[in-house]
Design a protein around this ligand. Structure first.
Ligand SMILES: CC(C)(COP(=O)(O)OP(=O)(O)OC[C@H]1O[C@@H](n2cnc3c(N)ncnc32)[C@H](O)[C@@H]1OP(=O)(O)O)[C@@H](O)C(=O)NCCC(=O)NCCS
Length: 204
């Protein structure tokens, strides 16, 4: 890391953290998505263990993600490290501009977990949605077997708001889903100073 703004030194990108940068998906990323998608532990934690996917199908999906029309603030980023190597992905969904609520999903490559990438990627996305798009609340659903994700959300200051019983089926049984949430004010209080600053525009 060079300079106080992070990986690339002084700069102005809101997507630049201290340890991770978020960028759009490129078609060439397909091999990373193929590898991550083929990890059944990651798949189970984010959704469900899938049928095997061909390289051709992942190539086509990645191409589509890279060229997707913007709609409803739904977006997918690739997390890259200080060497610009992809380490994971984060995506927003269920974005409601009227209510000001959003949700997100994410995964970090198994060999790169525990380096703080997920925490910082979530901070970067939430700062953008709260400070630049005017959203006011983030919601997250986490399977009851996913201790890593529960700890991640609690560490970031998410509040557990509920527990939906027997919502998910995996590994031969049903599981509860934990409902977490964080308001824009809670985020501002919890995360102050934990990202490279993006100053307010000059006052007229
Ligand atoms: C959950 C996940 C995204 C965390 O990514 P990560 O980059 O390793 O997370 P961070 O390094 O930012 O960890 C932040 C905190 O989360 C908690 N945490 C992360 N991994 C953990 C684990 N395996 N066990 C317990 N706590 C864990 C810790 O409290 C950690 O803080 P600490 O390092 O100060 O102790 C990652 O494990 C993953 O991709 N899992 C599979 C996919 C998934 O579960 N996605 C979320 C679905 S809701």
């Amino acid at each position: 890391m060079t300079g106080e703004r992070g990986l690339d030194g002084p700069g102005t990108s809101i997507w630049q953290g201290f340890t991770v940068r978020l960028r759009a998906v490129e078609p060439e990323d397909w091999e990373y998505f193929h590898r991550w998608g083929g990890d059944d532990v990651v798949a189970r934690a984010t959704d469900a263990v899938p049928f095997p996917e061909s390289r051709a199908a992942t190539r086509s999906w990645t191409e589509h993600e890279a060229n997707r029309e913007r709609s409803n603030d739904r977006f997918r980023w690739v997390m890259v490290d200080a060497d610009d190597s992809p380490v994971g992905t984060i995506n927003t969904h269920s974005c409601d501009r009227l209510a000001g609520t959003l949700s997100f999903g994410l995964a970090v490559a198994p060999e790169r977990q525990g380096e703080g990438f997920a925490s910082e990627a979530i901070r970067l996305v939430l700062r953008y949605f709260f400070d630049e798009l005017g959203y006011q609340k983030v919601n997250a659903h986490v399977y009851a077997f996913n201790g890593a994700s529960q700890a991640l959300h609690e560490n970031l200051g998410f509040v557990q708001e509920g527990r939906l019983r027997r919502m998910h089926y995996a590994a031969g049984r049903h599981w509860d889903t934990l409902v977490y949430g964080m308001t824009r004010e809670e985020f501002a209080a919890e995360q102050a100073g934990k990202l490279p600053p993006m100053g307010a525009p000059d006052q007229p």
